[in-house]
Design a protein around this ligand. Structure first.
Ligand code: GLN
Length: 491
């Protein structure tokens, strides 16, 4: 089967070739037939009723660009009346009483939610292996060579790559949209901090978390971002900027575009085959008139240490609400309140989540706050300043999204530091709040996808999507179908 884009589905709906109910039903059947474990829950009745409503909307002539198109939602987004687990046992029985703004924005425009995708527990991980609901298989691997889909939006990436959904939402705190997009040959965009509302998106590290689209093409990412983004008074960090049409400038010329290649992103630790793939990708831009220059982000090596203090610190505070009192799991037998808290959290959080809570609580504790948390915030400023300086010399920063392609399932789960190193190139953009994305750049000799990482100045998502779209006009990497995608089906 070949990939189907949101733009193609929207055109079919527009021309009355297929109804939203037919398309939705087709994807629901694929999900049912698949064994990737990409979804934690699927609410068929809800999806079909949304599709019926979208078909009526189209019939009344009031449809938006994506009305009737189905997408998968990361299980970090609350959707009223549906189970919302965030990949954790502690929320196994949690039914959201309200809907996340990002999802509500999509629903108001008639998009259909197919189901909730698997993810690392509380979005902490790079392989989807910390999920309480089991690991997810990367459709670019196979039985003999089981590969992780990346994380934490691993279920979303596997779902789109396996053709179980034409697109999905993801969230990115340190790379969780871009790294799985790179591992599964997708286009994944982390918008500027504040573009997409965080209301109803279960918080991991509030100063870093950002929602974004995971799609086959840049054109689709622009369409989906149009549907997701926008100011929201319910999120105090939401940006009150005029709505933008991210699709408008996709075809702008790249003549004279200044590309900066940070030398720090091409050093030791980068797989040599991948370095060659990125170089070839950059040459494509040169043949479109872009100018390439070396830039420097001298404090990049401080990104990981800074992130692994700030993110756990914020997580330790955010996750204190999961105490067995108001919602979620509660231990069965306990002596008193403290015993109830302790047993509940001991039984229902996984190891990685516990590790982060302990690191975070330690970094914030009196006596250590200045040594760790304040220090990490200072590093964050230096990293952000590096980008400000680099963007004086270039319009976009490019590099590899990850140091290596998708790795074997189980190969890093006992070694947190090697897992953390996956995000060495993606974390700086989160610390600086900048828009960043990953697009398919080519394949290794063993047939694994490689992601090209793009970072643009604040609020310049449209520029990034333009760059990505032009690349996809002259390459076909993004059109390749994963060997282990679902077979059969009509879409
Ligand atoms: N892999 C990183 C972590 O575990 C990033 C996760 C994310 O972006 N949600 O923190």
């Amino acid at each position: 089967m070949t990939i189907t884009t949101l733009a193609e589905l929207a055109a079919d709906l527009d021309q009355g070739k297929r109804s939203s109910v037919e398309i939705t039903q087709d994807y629901l059947s694929r999900i049912e037939a698949s064994d990737h474990n990409a979804f934690i829950s699927v609410n068929q009745d809800l999806a079909i009723s949304q599709a019926e409503a979208a078909d009526k909307l189209r019939a009344s002539g009031k449809a938006g660009a994506l009305s009737g198109v189905p997408v998968a939602q990361k299980d970090i987004f609350c959707i009223e009346g549906t189970q919302t687990t965030c990949g954790s046992k502690i929320l196994e029985n949690f039914v959201a009483p309200y809907t996340a703004t990002v999802v509500e924005n999509m629903q108001n425009q008639g998009l259909v939610s197919l189901g909730k995708t698997n993810m690392d527990e509380f979005a902490m991980g790079s392989s989807n292996e910390t999920s309480y609901y089991g690991s997810v298989s990367n459709p670019w691997g196979n039985e003999q060579n089981k590969l992780v889909p990346g994380g934490s939006s691993g279920g979303s990436a596997a779902a789109v790559s396996a053709l179980l959904a034409p697109a999905a939402t993801g969230t990115d705190t340190g790379g969780s949209i871009r790294q799985p997009a790179a591992f599964c040959n997708l286009t994944g965009i982390k918008p500027s901090y504040g573009r997409c509302s965080r209301y109803g998106m279960i918080a991991f590290a509030s100063s870093l978390d950002q929602a974004g689209p995971m799609t086959h093409t840049a054109e689709d990412a622009a369409l989906l971002l149009n549907a997701m983004a926008g100011f929201d008074a319910k999120d105090s960090t939401s940006l009150d900027v005029p709505a933008e049409d991210f699709s408008a400038g996709l075809n702008n010329s790249l003549d004279g575009l200044k590309i900066g290649l940070p030398k720090e992103f091409f050093g030791d630790g980068l797989d040599s085959e991948m370095a060659a793939i990125i170089e070839t990708a950059v040459k494509e831009f040169e043949s479109m008139g872009a100018i390439v220059k070396e830039v420097s982000l001298p404090n990049s090596h401080l990104a990981l240490p800074s992130y692994y203090v700030i993110a756990p610190a914020e997580a330790s505070s955010n996750l204190s609400r999961f105490d067995g009192v108001r919602y979620g799991y509660r231990t069965e037998e306990y002596n008193d309140l403290v015993d109830m808290y302790t047993k509940t959290r001991t039984e229902a959080f996984g190891d990685e989540v516990k590790r982060r809570i302990m690191i975070g609580a330690y970094a914030l504790s009196s006596g250590y706050y200045d040594a760790y948390y304040s220090q990490a915030q200072k590093l964050r400023r230096l990293i952000s300043n590096d980008f400000t300086d680099a963007f004086k010399e270039c319009d976009v920063i490019m590099g590899p999204t990850t140091p290596s392609p998708a790795f074997e399932a189980g190969s890093r789960s006992d070694d947190p530091v090697s897992m953390y190193l996956n995000d060495i190139y993606t974390i700086p953009a989160n610390l600086a709040g900048l828009p960043a994305g990953s697009i398919p750049a080519g394949f290794t000799k063993s047939g694994l996808p490689t992601g090209l990482h793009l970072i643009t100045p604040y609020l310049q998502e449209a520029k990034m999507l333009n760059i990505a779209h032009k690349f996809q006009q002259v390459t076909d990497w993004h059109t390749r179908t994963a060997p282990n995608a679902i077979s059969g089906g009509k879409a």
